[in-house]
Design a protein around this ligand. Structure first.
Ligand SMILES: Nc1ncnc2c1ncn2[C@@H]1O[C@H](COP(=O)(O)OP(=O)(O)OP(=O)(O)O)[C@@H](O)[C@H]1O
Ligand SMILES: [Mg+2]
Length: 449
């Protein structure tokens, strides 16, 4: 099957017709998302890809799609099409792994000939699949289709050095997935360095990331190794990347772009060889759209995007997770495994879990404590879940009918709205740490944005 990617439906249908007449099976899709869906599911013989299929006409979206396709299907030849025939774009495309390049309008015969050549050459090239390697799940529990899809992508991309952006609501397992990428890569025996960018102040960013020399600024009492140096040859996990302010975004872009940096107080350029995995629960495309996140940095970090669906969309995993959490907790406390009644399990499958798997884990922990140690009943779950719900409304009423808890809850909700979900700013404005903020959000059942 030959896959055609072009946003112009006249071109899609005329190319499909041309290909079918020449005896090929053809499938035509309008954009990058659809193309990636096809490529994830099956292996086309060849891909004919328009370079200008989106609003931007500089071909960058085409290049991004090309790189993504090459990661999923390195052996599938790609022929690029552009209406402008710009040489630079052709060069960039070929560098990024395209097989060939044509300009619109095309000559039917010439196009068919090039397609033929590309297919012949690629089918004679030896295929080497190393997907049979053992996959380390890193303790990731769940058999739902949604999770399986994420894991199969992890499997496919772990071995490459492609930068990965892991997205999803709070508590969906982004950090676990980042770790699984590292553990299944050829860098597995090297360092996996985690950095919570939401917890690093702007003034200390360079010192934290790149290190400093003794005396390079007041307070630099000794030399310090930066995270990029610690992660050399391994992977670096940049968590909460959406919290990075713009001045730090530029500094990060530079090291991600050419893998060089300078230690504060030492002008010598250093190189770092790292695989970069980022995570966020912010909506980065929206932040790019309104200018809060650099577009170039966004393209740099998300060659591959892995989206972790919320727990409420993979309820089939809930019983597996519940039993897993009970198992590990009973083991660490040296008690016999506790059973769960059917009704209790059913009930747990219906809860909304704004805090996702982290919330489920907490719920199981609390329920285990109030259970009789033999069996968890529906009442146990109701009681422990209800205790968090009632905490939201408990407390002494104030003159206007609001409790202290209500006011705290209100303040958090307002701050989130005011700072458009930037959790560092929310925490600073409320005068609490991010950890404390998340704990309170969980307590009041405020979903993270
Ligand atoms: N599929 C899973 N199987 C077992 N445990 C899981 C799974 N997913 C998440 N967890 C557990 O849930 C908790 C939250 O996961 P993790 O820290 O990876 O989430 P996150 O998406 O990074 O959250 P946040 O956005 O708040 O940083 C952790 O204790 C983790 O071990
Ligand atoms: Mg996390």
């Amino acid at each position: 099957m030959i896959l055609v990617v072009d946003d112009d439906n006249v071109i899609r249908s005329s190319l499909s017709l041309l290909l079918k007449r020449a005896g090929y099976e053809a499938m035509a899709v309008p954009g990058a998302d659809e193309a990636l869906d096809v490529v994830r599911r099956e292996t086309p013989q060849l891909i004919l890809m328009d370079m200008n299929f989106s609003l931007s006409t500089d071909g960058r979206d085409g290049l991004t799609l090309l790189r993504q396709v090459k990661i999923f299907r390195p052996d599938v030849p790609v022929i690029l099409m552009t209406a402008w025939g710009s040489i630079q774009l052709a060069v960039d495309g070929i560098k990024a792994g395209a097989f060939d390049f044509i300009t619109k309008p095309w000559n039917n015969q010439a196009l068919l000939q090039r397609i033929d050549t590309a297919i012949q050459l690629s089918s004679s090239a030896s295929r080497n699949d190393n997907n049979s390697d053992v996959f380390d799940r890193c303790g990731i529990i769940g058999e739902s289709e949604q999770l399986q899809e994420v894991l199969s992508t992890v499997k496919r991309i772990a071995g490459t050095d492609a930068s990965v952006l892991v997205t999803g609501e709070s508590g969906t397992g982004k950090e676990l997935i980042a770790e699984a990428i590292h553990r299944n890569s050829r860098r597995r025996n090297e360092a996996f360095v985690k950095v919570n960018l939401g917890g690093i102040s702007q003034s200390l960013f360079e010192s934290e990331m790149f290190g400093h020399k003794k005396g390079s600024f007041t307070g630099a009492v000794s030399d310090r190794q930066g995270r990029f140096e610690l992660a050399d040859k391994g992977s670096i996990f940049l968590d909460e990347i959406g919290d990075l302010d713009k001045s730090c975004q530029v500094k990060l872009l530079r090291v991600l772009q050419d893998r060089t940096y300078e230690v504060l107080g030492d002008s010598r350029q250093r190189r770092t060889d790292v695989r970069v995995v980022c995570a966020t629960n912010a909506d980065l495309p929206a932040m790019v759209a309104d200018g809060r996140f650099r577009e170039d940095l966004f393209y740099r970090i998300n060659l591959i995007t892995l989206y972790l669906p919320p727990l409420r969309e993979r309820v089939d995993d809930i019983p597996l997770l519940v039993n897993h959490f009970i198992g590990t907790m009973c083991k660490t406390n040296g008690i016999r495994p506790v059973a769960v009644s059917n009704e209790a399990m059913q009930y747990m499958k219906t809860l909304p879990y704004p805090g996702n798997i982290r919330e489920l884990k907490n719920l199981v922990e609390r329920t285990l404590l109030i259970s009789d140690g033999i069996r968890i009943t529906l009442e146990d779950v109701r009681a422990s879940h209800g205790s968090t719900v009632s905490q939201r409304t408990a407390g002494a009423p104030l003159s206007d009918g609001m409790t202290l808890d209500d006011m705290e809850r209100q303040a958090i909700i307002q701050a989130i709205a005011r700072y458009k979900g930037n959790m560092s700013q929310v925490a600073v404005s409320l005068g609490i740490s991010r950890g404390a903020l998340y704990r309170r959000m969980e307590k009041y059942g405020i979903p993270s944005v």
